[in-house]
Design a protein around this ligand. Sequence first.
Ligand code: 13P
Ligand code: SF4
Length: 316
Amino acid sequence: MVLPVAGSSTEEILEEIERLRRKRDAVILAHFYQEPAIQDLADFCGDSLALAHEAERTEAKVIVFAGVNFMAETAKILNPSKTVVVPDLNAGCSLADTCPPDQFAAFKKEHPDHVVVTYVNSSAEVKALSDITCTSSNAKKVIASIPENEPILFAPDVNLGRHLAKETGRKMVLWEGVCIVHDIFSEKELLRLKAEHPEAEVLAHPECRESVLRHAHFIGSTTGIIARGVKSEAQVLIIATEPGVLHQLSRKAPHKKLISLPGQDEGCACNVCPHMRLNTIPKLRDCLRDLEPEINLDIDLAKRAFLPIKRMLSLS
Ligand code: 13P
Ligand code: SF4
C-alpha cells in the first residue's frame, strides 16, 4: 500500500514519477525486498545478480536504485560515468556492516594463500580486497571456477559460507558475519508451521542458519525462490526470506497459499529488512526530481572493486 504524503496524492506522485523518469532518461531498478508498489513501477525487478547485469547493460543516463547501498554501489562501479541515485542513502545492509574493511584486510593477511571470494553484500572497500565476488545465485559456480587445490577465504556471510562448504565439499575459511533478518528465522516456528501444513514446501534463502536450512526443500536466491515456488507442485509454500518476494510469488502463482516464516515468533515483523524498507514511493520521486542522494565513490576504489565484480559477471 502506498501512503500519500502531505500535499500530494499517491496518484499525483506516481504521475510525477512517470514524467520524471522520461525527462531524466532514467531506469528504475528494484530488488524483490522493496515494498510492492516500488516493485510494480520499476523497469526491472530482480535479485542482486540480475540487478547487477541489468545495471551493466542499461543505456539510460540515470540509474535509480531501489535497493540497498551495496547494490547501488555495484551499479556505480559498473557505470562510473552514469548518475546513480537512491531513494534513501541510509539504506545500508547489516551483513555488509559486519565486515569492516580494516579488520577484513588483517584477516586476509592471516590467510595469504587463499582465494578471496566475497559475497556482494559487502562494502566497495571489501570488494576491492577480493579476488572475485558472488551472489547467492551464482556462488556455487564461482567456487567451482577456483582450482580444487586452492584454499578459499569466504566473507562476510557465515551461514552462506557454511552452506557452500557443505554443498561443494571445499575447504573454506569463513568470516563470521550474519544478516540481522535471516539469522533470526526460528527453527521452532518453522517446525510448528510444517506440522500445521505437512504438505507445504519450504523455500529458504542461504543466509538463514543451518537449523532452518536443514528443513528446506529448496535453498536459493530470491529469484530462485520465486522460480521454484511457481514451478513446484506444492500448493502451500513456506518462505524463509524477506516477505517482499511474496509479492512476485502471489502474482505468478495466485492460487497458492504463501506463508512467510516469522523471524522470532508469530506476531513479530522482524523478517522485514529495515534497510530495504527505508525506500518509499515519495522518496523515489524526490531522488528522480533532485538527482540526489547520489552514489559517489572514490575513483581508485571503484577501479579496484570493478575487477572482482567483472570476474563474477563474466562467469554468469
Ligand atoms: P538475493 O541476491 O537473493 O536477491 O539476496 C540479496 C539479499 O540481500 C538477501 O538478503
Ligand atoms: Fe542486508 Fe539482510 Fe537486508 Fe539482505 S535482508 S539487504 S543481507 S540486511
